[in-house]
Design a protein around this ligand. Structure first.
Ligand SMILES: *[C@@H]1O[C@H](CO)[C@@H](O)[C@H](O)[C@H]1NC(C)=O
Ligand SMILES: *[C@@H]1O[C@H](CO)[C@@H](O)[C@H](O)[C@H]1NC(C)=O
Ligand SMILES: *[C@@H]1O[C@H](CO)[C@@H](O)[C@H](O)[C@H]1NC(C)=O
Ligand SMILES: *[C@@H]1O[C@H](CO)[C@@H](O)[C@H](O)[C@H]1NC(C)=O
Length: 199
């Protein structure tokens, strides 16, 4: 509804940005890894460089105050929360340089020849909707279960996060999302949870 209105208004007034923004923003938080692997457990996700203005999420040492480790949740406060999912929105990180300060949302794009996808912050109007569960853990909303025929409405908070050695722009250890309820085809992947801890 809202985005349709924004689009109509944008078309009517010739505004170039036609996408409704999630203008409500949480306080800054860190994203902390939980893992059975003691080396990874407690590491902080940092916005690591993956090409011009693109960043992945790489585990590293804790630095709660570093901008590299700080994110926010952008949402629309007027949205009616889904009874199971709660409020979903965008995970954002601020890309900064000498004369740029650009809030970039997280996007997860499927690589069609793998079931391991690398989440990236991209300064773009498209993004992947995410949420945080009651324990502050990062999830991606499922609306339909297509493992049954016909697919049935089944809202769920899905957490298929792994840390894997990935090759996007660079060969890094990054946060990854595994597509579907299957084991990751990349043998380096280790199952993790991602928790929001306010700064
Ligand atoms: C997130 O919200 C802040 C505060 O309203 C805004 O400045 C920023 O542009 C938003 N980011 C995105 C990606 O919409
Ligand atoms: C959400 O954003 C709108 C528009 O910027 C503002 O009027 C409202 O007070 C915000 N609500 C909350 C809960 O932050
Ligand atoms: C634990 O994680 C580290 C860092 O990713 C990795 O080098 C190591 O092989 C892992 N250990 C096990 C037992 O998987
Ligand atoms: C944390 O990050 C800040 C800002 O980038 C930096 O000044 C500080 O030295 C870092 N602290 C540690 C312990 O790495």
């Amino acid at each position: 509804m809202q985005s349709t209105m924004a689009l109509v208004l944008a078309l009517a007034f010739g505004v170039s940005q036609a996408v409704a923004q999630n203008t409500n923003q949480s306080a800054a938080f860190n994203l902390v890894i939980s893992s059975a692997n003691k080396t990874l457990d407690g590491s902080f996700l940092g916005a690591c460089h993956e090409g011009a203005a693109f960043e992945g999420l790489c585990p590293g040492p804790a630095n709660a105050t570093a901008e590299y480790n700080q994110y926010a949740f952008n949402y629309t406060a007027s949205e009616t929360p889904d009874p199971v999912l709660g409020i979903t929105g965008q995970l954002t990180w601020v890309l900064q340089s000498a004369n740029i300060k650009l809030s970039s949302p997280l996007s997860i794009t499927a690589n069609l020849v793998s079931n391991v996808a690398v989440p990236l912050f991209v300064p773009s109007s498209s993004s992947t909707y995410i949420g945080f569960d009651k324990d502050d853990k990062l999830f991606i909303p499922q609306y339909y279960d297509d493992t049954v025929t016909p697919p049935k409405a089944d809202s769920k908070q899905i957490q298929r996060w792994y840390v894997c050695t990935t090759q996007d722009a660079y060969l890094y250890s990054t946060l990854a999302w595994v597509i579907g309820a299957h084991a990751p085809e990349n043998p380096s992947c280790q199952k993790v949870d991602v928790k929001r801890v306010f700064v």
